[in-house]
Design a protein around this ligand. Sequence first.
Ligand code: ADP
Length: 625
Amino acid sequence: MSEVREFKTEVQQLLQLMIHSLYSNRDIFLRELVANAADAIDKARFESLTRTELAREWQIRLAVDKEAKTLTITDNGIGMTADEVAANIGTIAKSGTKEFINALAEKGDNTDMPELIGQFGVGFYSAFMVASKVELHTKKSGSDAPAVCWRSTGEGSYELDDSPRTEAGTEIKLFLKDDADIYLENWKLSEIVRKYSDFIAYPVILPQVKVNEDKSETVEDRVLNSQKAIWLRKPSEITDDEYKSFYSHLSNYGGTEYLKAIHMTAEGSSEFKALLFLPKQAPFNLLMPDIQKKGLQLYIKRMFITDECKELLPDYLRFVCGVVDSSDLPLNVSREILQQNPLLGKIQTAVTGKVISEMKKLLENSRENYEKFFSEFGKIVKEGLHTDRVNCEKIKDIVLYESMNTPEGKYITLKEYVDAMPESQQDIYYITGDKRSSVASSPVLEYFRAKGYDVLFMTDPIDEWVMQSMFQYLKKSFKPVTKGEFEEKDSEEKIKAAAEKYAKLVDFLKEKLADKVSEVRFSARLTESPCCLIVDNSALPPHMERLFRAMHQEIPVSKRIFELNADHPLIEAFNAKIAAGETSEQMEKFANALYNQALLLEGSPLDNPVEFASTITALLGAALK
Ligand code: ADP
């Protein structure tokens, strides 16, 4: 069998980028291939728990041939069938490939390539940074499928062929480019492995020539990595580089930069050790389903079980990555049965508490970093306010909001909000909307500004949903400023008086705007603007209405409440005209124009922009005469 197949277009582009990566840190090709080898062994080792005949002495071997200028990386892991080879490293471009290319194009140079390679899961192809040809032999573990050979120069196509390999596992031979001779040197290879792959749980072996006392030479295996599980070590003995390389090995987010490493040692009803990381930067696809939840890596007594244990983290902490190593969970059961083990829930509880308290420490001790972190991941953390009944009070302590009094991009905590409340203020006020600029210009804020009350800006789509279950904080109730009746004891009288004084105008507006608004009334909310629109307590807020409509969802039209400012000269003048019996068409146009400008301030589209524009034009014309 020998068959030539084309690479998918995206893979071809990717390979071109790899082949021509003149600069960038090429060392990482070895990190990627060793990581793949270790993953392959993890899988085989897991299978051998239930099929003991598959157990073997797990190892990754490097071999150098200086004459042929080749470097070979061999593992005795899970291996691949011919179909899997074609699917994994051939025709089928993975979802990350395209994004990888785009991200690289956006950066304009490829100095960040090593970081991006990790981030987008295209590690195998990094072999082409140093090799002009790659030949892979692989045989699937525990299966009768014949061994298969894959070879390519990275230029457009690859070849599938029979392979003489008899042992399960994968061998990858790199024919090094002329300028990549350095990867034939033992010292270089050991340096890279120690730097990037020291914690890999299997020996990475490089045979080395040893000169004996009698000057004869023998070849000896040398293990390059310490294989020390980093999460079992004392934090004080772990270097920054070790943390970084472990983080980049674990993280779905790529890069080596994390915000905080968290060690945990739990004793008692469930014994486990954990090393968790808070990431620094959100990935490009943070809110896409495939990254929604990967979970933590689970080890049992240092044995790798799975790298996607979703039961160890609540959804709203899904950006946390790390390892949990339990001493109590049973080893010899299937993953499905393991997933039902109640101990996982106990571990989740402990991990959740720890992560929240570490976030709080960051907030208290490293405000700037926490704000940056929150601007990336806050919208995910906030889900916990609604979903985690047990911890929601603690989460309230660590969520941040922009507010009327904060500069753009700066945040306050709920505690800071409450502490700054003047004595006369009873409740925590907030406004929801789609962005800061639109909520900040809402006329309904006028009253609060005048009173010296701050208003929280809730501009994440998730906020609306979260607020359904946020009733109180430190015994203060949350109140949306754009909804329903606005109770202000001292203004009751004034409103009553205004309703009487301007009854004619109110009746007129009610009649003319009957199909648009459910009510016309006076409000204490306004100090500068003549009017505004309010939603009924039970109705969806306008930006949510727009969101649903944008998603083509049918939602009922909810009529707004039209609120007027009793102190505004325009209202007085308008009332005077109506009271004097003027009910011309022009008055109706004015009514519509008032309503329409309130709609605009709310951020909603106008029903009839043409009419609005012509009214304004006519008014301008009259004023300029
Ligand atoms: P990633 O490892 O992020 O999935 P890669 O491009 O490095 O991306 O590898 C693609 C896929 O090829 C892997 O997911 C795995 O299924 C397969 N693969 C790569 N190397 C090996 C190996 N040494 N043994 C078995 N499978 C491998």
